[in-house]
Structure formats: structure tokens, C-alpha cells
Design a protein around this ligand. Structure first.
Ligand code: F6R
Length: 241
């Protein structure tokens, strides 16, 4: 595991963009695993800027998003699908047919999740998986208690995650379930980058770094990956420096 502490979020997002840029230069049809949430906003802004400056070409890149709220599809403004289109997909030349997102409105979630696992395999696996971390240590929506062997599935969100994310649901009740890639799915990516910015992540980052792999802090399972990079800003690293 490599831990990089950047001066601020701008530097952290720019470092992560550079790693992605190098990967795409090396392999034009790279497969990216993508996350949503506040942590990803500066990263996607940066990637959009780099694209506009013609330094990156997404025309052959494939993407797989980590998760989606159960019951939502792209028509709802709170959906992760909409977040991705608004913050990255519509602003770059990523091709529609290369974008993969779980359908939160599926009538058969088991099939949706199995198909997603197969699609990832058929694409040759994920080259770089980008992750944020929840204040409870979740990665994707693998909440505390998730198994290291978990695959893409329907998960129940914890009250902590509902407290953290309900600000995005102004006029409707936040879903209590989501479809999420599993920990095993994430660990089978060739490279994993975990991003954490801001003081509200400092406590969980300390716990993550100090703890042995445990179900109680699902992010700790990432420590068994042989190519894990953790990019923090100084605020998220406050309790470890
Ligand atoms: C989102 C996801 C989540 C977030 C995490 C951090 O696709 O998988 O695990 O990365 O909840 O969220 P933010 O960045 O909003 O603090």
C-alpha cells in the first residue's frame, strides 16, 4: 500500500487524474471503475479539464460504476447515473456503449448483478478502480459486516450512510437499499486508488490505517490488494501525521 498525502484536495484530484491519464496513454481501451459522491467532484472536474485541453482521450475507454440506489434510474436527479452523466460522461468523449452502470430500477436484481459481474469479466477486468470511503468505512456500498467474498448484490444501507447521504434527497425519502459491486469484485481490479479528502474523513482514515482487515471496516480489506494507492489531503490525514 502506498499512501500519498497531498497539500489539498486540488492536488489530490490532480494526482489521481495523472495516474488515470498515464493508464489511458498506456492502454487506450482501459477499463475504469468509477465512484460517485463529493470526493469525486474535483476528480471529474479535473478529468474534464484535461480532456478539454486534449491531454486525454476517452474514446476507447470503458467504465463500470460501483453502485446505484435501488429504485432509482437516470431520470431521478439523485441517481448515481445522473451524477456520472452530469459530471463526466456528457463532458467528455466516453462512448455511450462503453458506459456501464447498474440499473437501480431493475425488476430482477439478481440477474442485473450477475450480468454486471459477467460484463466486467468480458471487458477483461477493471484496470483502475477509483474509490471513496464512507465515514463508517464502507467502500462502494459494502457496509460494515460485508464479506471479503461479496460480489455485486443488493445491500441494505446503514443508518450512518443514510444520515451522510440524505442531504442529496431534498424532496423524497432516501432509498434504504442499493445495488453495489462487492468487495471481491473490487479486489479483482488490477489497481485500486482510494481517495479521501476533508476533515470529516480523518477519523475513519486513522481507523482504516490502524486496523487489520475486518468486516467492521470494509475498506480494510483493500490492504490485501497488491496495488493499492491511498491519496489523502492534509485534512483527511490530520490524525495520522
Ligand atoms: C459512491 C460510493 C461511496 C462513496 C462514499 C464516500 O459511488 O461508492 O462508497 O465513495 O460514500 O462518499 P463521499 O465522497 O460523498 O464522501
Amino acid at each position: 500500500m502506498e499512501i500519498i498525502i497531498c497539500e489539498d484536495v486540488t492536488a489530490g484530484a490532480s494526482l489521481c487524474s495523472e495516474i488515470i491519464m498515464k493508464q489511458i496513454k498506456k492502454k487506450k481501451n482501459s477499463v475504469l471503475g468509477l465512484a460517485t459522491g463529493a470526493t469525486m467532484v474535483p476528480l471529474y472536474k479535473n478529468l474534464t479539464k484535461i480532456y478539454k485541453d486534449k491531454k486525454i482521450n476517452f474514446s476507447k475507454v470503458k467504465t463500470f460504476n460501483l453502485d446505484e440506489y435501488f429504485g432509482l434510474d437516470g431520470s431521478e436527479k439523485e441517481s448515481f447515473r445522473k451524477f456520472m452523466y452530469d459530471s463526466l460522461f456528457k463532458k467528455t468523449n466516453i462512448k455511450e456503449q462503453n458506459i456501464n452502470l447498474l440499473n437501480g430500477k431493475t425488476s430482477n436484481w439478481k440477474k442485473e448483478c450477475n450480468d454486471y459481474e459477467h460484463k466486467i469479466k468480458r471487458a477483461g477486468g477493471i484496470d483502475i478502480q477509483i474509490l471513496g470511503i464512507g465515514t463508517n468505512g464502507h467502500i462502494a456500498f459494502n457496509e460494515p459486516g460485508s464479506s471479503i467474498n461479496s460480489k455485486t448484490r443488493l445491500v441494505k444501507l446503514t443508518s450512518q450512510t443514510i444520515r451522510d447521504n440524505k442531504k442529496y434527497f431534498k424532496n423524497k425519502k432516501m432509498p434504504e437499499y442499493a445495488l453495489s459491486m462487492g468487495i471481491k469484485t473490487i479486489l479483482s481490479s488490477k489497481k485500486v486508488i482510494l481517495l479521501a479528502f476533508g476533515e470529516n474523513k480523518s477519523k475513519i482514515i486513522k481507523k482504516f490505517l490502524e486496523s487489520k482487515p475486518t468486516k467492521n471496516i470494509p475498506a480494510t480489506f483493500l490492504k490485501s490488494h497488491d496495488d493499492l494507492t491511498v491519496i489523502l489531503d492534509k485534512k483527511a490525514a490530520k490524525l495520522i501525521t
